[in-house]
Design a binder for this molecule. Structure first.
Ligand code: ADP
Ligand code: ASP
Ligand code: MG
Length: 457
């Protein structure tokens, strides 16, 4: 059994749907006992759905209507270009119309109430995936590929942390056993949605932006598949984001650990939580290019290729929009328990800390999620002097044997002589060296390091 996930970048228009259908056809051959296709919304659609909600919140319902129009045009065009039979077109256009009517009612509600909760936003965000999966399912049928459709909310049960819901794995396993496995007795392919789920009482949740990769991993685990394939618009996991470093190259194999660090620190090609379910169960994850399907892509697995042991660094990732909090107190001098108090505040506000660096009387921390920044600073101020710096970025260099290999850090920082480095964190892991720069320095910094390590390869 296989799970194949196609991101929005693989379903941007009618031609890409055609492409996906042909990849699905080939995947059926590779997966004799069942193929689960997990689909994201068409490129840009989730952003449009969210924009429309914010426009409604700002009392600009006419702008929300224009956004609905853009969503309609994008899907209508794909539908009209994909289907020859009038009946198919009519059926899908009707589904589209009904979803857009519901969407309008939701936007109206937001505008009247002047309120947009995470729960409402999840309810709105669902339409992108519901539409794309309906289109692909019916397109496969039109090609005489025997396929079935699954509303993933019947099986992907989560808690009620709207907009960043957590899967309830034992529930999911039971539901998959009851509702998915039997379907495979009658069909080789099931098309379903990524990103969305439902609480036990049936209200729609989402796994967070970019969460379709995570859906693929969760469903792959529940189905105990032989592999999870993440089909996207690049040839695999690369030495850096190719949009920033055009001469970045594909990494053939990475370990789960390396891929987790890269994903967590900004390699958008993979949602950071994807790896966990796979690693726990030894399921290999492949990253493949739907625009270049014959490329072998990147294999992420527990196996570490010994030939690569000597490579100084493997890849560079970066994450922008970071905030650093500098906490400083003479009370810290020779004291114990101070850091515990600092961390307790972050725990209270459920805000995860990315990087930490400490001196005797101060500690610097970075966070990505600024939702509770005001409260965090207020609480920290009762303990120490606090200062905050926004618009920063984390650069993460992932390599091997950092603790035992001399020269790597020197090599990295040598290339950054003209870049202001605000914070450095290394040594916690053997494979990660991270530092913080101003947002506008991040691209030059990343290019300089990439040139230093990979220019001649
Ligand atoms: P999808 O719509 O398929 O989920 P995403 O846009 O989420 O695609 O992720 C693919 C993008 O991730 C690529 O187009 C690329 O620009 C970006 N990316 C960032 N870092 C990396 C990296 N290290 N390797 C490959 N792609 C990366
Ligand atoms: N469509 C969702 C998003 O844009 C989920 C995904 O693409 O993985 O965030
Ligand atoms: Mg993605």
């Amino acid at each position: 059994m296989l799970v194949v996930k196609f991101g929005g970048s693989s379903v941007g228009d009618s031609n890409s749907f055609k492409n996906v259908a042909s990849i699905v056809e080939q995947a059926i051959v590779r997966s004799s006992d069942g193929l689960l296709v997990v689909l994201s919304a068409m490129a840009g659609v989730t952003n449009l759905l969210i924009n429309g909600a914010n426009q409604a919140l700002d009392q600009n319902l006419s702008e929300s209507c224009q956004t609905i129009e853009l969503i309609r045009q994008k899907h209508e065009l794909a539908i009209n270009e994909l289907f020859l039979a009038t009946a198919c077109k009519q059926e899908l256009n009707l589904i589209l119309e009904n979803y857009l009517k519901e969407l309008f009612i939701l936007y109206q509600g937001i505008s009247y109430l002047g309120e947009l909760s995470a729960k409402s936003l999840d309810n709105i965000s669902k339409y992108g995936e519901l539409l794309s999966s309906n289109i692909l399912y019916r397109y496969l049928l039109s090609l005489n590929i025997k396929a079935d459709y699954l509303d993933v909310r019947e099986v992907l049960i989560t808690d009620n942390s709207y907009s960043k819901a957590n899967p309830l794995m034992s529930e999911i396993k039971n539901k998959v056993f009851d509702k998915v496995i039997p379907k495979f007795k009658n069909t080789p392919v099931i098309v379903t949605q990524g990103f969305i789920g439902a609480t036990q009482s049936g209200s729609t949740t989402t796994l967070g932006r970019g969460g379709s990769d995570y859906s693929a991993a969760i469903l792959g685990l529940a189905l105990r598949v032989q592999a999870i394939e993440i089909w996207t618009d690049v040839d695999g996991m690369m030495t850096c984001d190719p949009r920033v470093v055009p001469n970045a190259t594909v990494i053939d194999e990475v370990s789960f650990e390396e891929a987790s660090e890269l994903a967590y620190f900004g390699a958008k090609v993979l949602h950071p939580l994807t790896i966990r379910p796979a690693v726990d169960n030894n399921i290999p994850v492949k990253i493949l290019n739907s625009k270049n399907p014959t490329h072998k892509g990147t294999l992420i697995s527990n196996w570490v290729n010994p030939d690569l042991n000597k490579a100084l660094i493997r890849a560079i990732a970066f994450k922008t929009g970071i905030t650093a909090i500098f906490v400083s107190s003479p009370k810290m001098l020779m004291a114990y328990g101070f850091l515990a108090k600092v961390f307790a505040i972050f725990e209270k506000y459920q805000t995860s800390i990315d990087l930490i660096s400490t001196s005797e009387v101060s500690v610097a921390l970075t966070i990505d999620d600024k939702t509770y920044i005001k409260q965090i600073i207020e609480d920290l101020s009762t303990l120490a002097d606090v200062s905050v710096k926004e618009n920063l970025a984390i650069v993460t260099v992932v390599g091997r044997y950092f603790r035992n290999q001399s020269g790597t850090a020197g090599y990295v920082f040598e290339s950054l002589k003209n870049i202001n480095i605000l914070m450095i964190s290394g040594g916690a892991s053997d494979i990660n060296l991270s530092f913080v720069v101003n947002d506008n320095d991040v691209k030059p910094a990343v290019k300089l390091i990439h040139d230093k390590f990979f220019a001649k390869t």
